[in-house]
Design a protein around this ligand. Structure first.
Ligand code: 2P0
Length: 363
């Protein structure tokens, strides 16, 4: 029997992940976020992190969610799809714990949302860890991965540190579509992600709409699931053997393949900009000069580049980026350890008044 302590705040932290082989395209439209192909990613370290506090209490009149200091509606007709899914999972977990009280959820990123880095993965993963602890559900990382997936697909990979594989699964209910750690965060300490911010604005086409449109209209997409499935095996081999050349080639080809299916979507979806293209050419020039691939670019549903390389090649990559007018700033991350429960005086909720603490200075 779950032992939920009402009015006691639980706080967790978690981080985003960057996919080396991407998730793009779902095999369901019911909000289970079951993918057409497996994917594999690097969990980032706490240079970029989300902190989430939750409390259940009789004193709360309704469920409340605050993200980066702003209240987000989670009930009603005109709320975003992800909020509908979030409420559904909150209700499901509350039901499992036999708790009736409303929840206050307060979440903040330590990076500005205007940095243009997908925060939904770290947000959803951290929320599940905080809820699971607060409701004393004792969920395994695998079960939490399945829950996080249903808020945002890519979030299921942020439940683990290191290099993480999301097995696509085949069951209708998604019970075998979850992530697992393939290598821990200490396996390749020299591996880094240099994020080059070229455009901090919000993406023009949401991932949820994009996934469906590409599956429906792209002819090229038909070849993608098998290509990506093979890519996952190549990435596992490259990391096991610490083969940067193979790793880089496989990462770049997968990013290009996904963005090709996006362009082939009707109407086309184009996330990359001139600045993204300059980085693509810059990395190929660098690799050409080096005589092998020493760095890889990869782009999510946006124009900002993630450059995967090793510490010993950092200066060469940074020199290349410093010549580009389109690059506004860079952020660097190593492999992260995954989400954790925070102890001590770290809560984002005032336990006496049950109000969010205003700490966010981010926009
Ligand atoms: C990924 N992306 O593997 C890929 C690469 C973007 C491009 O997962 O609808 O926000 O919530 O399941 O997870 C972004 O899609 O989509 C994504 P939903 P999500 O990281």
């Amino acid at each position: 029997m779950a032992e939920v302590i009402l009015d006691r705040v639980t706080t967790a932290s978690g981080t985003p992940n960057i996919a080396f082989i991407k998730y793009w395209g779902k095999r369901d439209y019911t909000g289970l976020n079951m993918p057409n192909n497996s994917s594999i990613s690097m969990t980032l370290d706490e240079t970029l992190s989300t902190k989430t506090s939750v409390v259940f209490s009789d004193k709360l009149k309704r469920d409340e969610l605050y993200i980066n200091g702003n209240e987000e509606a989670i009930v009603g007709d005109k709320i975003p799809e992800k909020s509908v899914y979030l409420k559904r999972i909150l209700d499901q977990m509350r039901g499992l714990a036999k708790v009736k009280q409303n929840a206050l959820i307060v979440s903040e990123n330590n990076f500005p949302s205007s940095a243009g880095i997908a925060s939904s993965a770290s947000g959803a993963a951290t929320l599940i860890v905080a809820l699971s602890k607060a409701l004393d559900l004792n969920k395994s990382p695998k079960d939490m991965s399945i829950l996080a997936r249903q808020i945002s697909g890519s979030a299921c990979r942020s439940l683990f540190g290191g290099i993480v594989k999301w097995n696509k699964g085949t069951e209708e209910d998604g019970s075998d579509s979850y992530s697992e750690q393939v290598f821990d965060d200490t396996y390749w300490p020299e591996l880094i992600d240099i994020i080059a911010i070229v455009d901090p604005s919000k993406k023009k086409v949401s991932s949820s709409i994009g996934h469906a449109a590409t599956v429906k209209t792209s002819v090229l997409y038909k070849a993608r699931p098998a290509f990506a499935e093979n890519g996952v095996k190549e990435i596992e081999k490259a990391i096991r053997e610490k083969d940067l050349d193979l790793l880089s080639k496989t990462i770049m080809k997968d990013s290009n393949n996904m963005h090709a299916t996006m362009l082939d979507t009707w109407p086309p979806i184009i996330y990359l900009t001139d600045a993204s293209r300059d980085i693509i050419y810059g990395i190929h020039e660098l690799n050409e000069t080096e005589g092998e691939c020493v760095a890889a670019y990869t782009f999510d549903a946006g124009p900002n580049a993630h450059i995967i390389t090793l510490e010993k090649h950092r200066e060469k990559v940074m020199d290349m980026l410093s010549d580009m007018v389109g690059v506004r700033r860079t952020i660097e991350s190593h492999l992260g350890k995954g989400p954790r429960i925070l102890k001590g005086n770290v809560s984002l909720i005032n336990e006496k008044t049950l109000a969010p603490k205003i700490t966010s200075t981010l926009s």
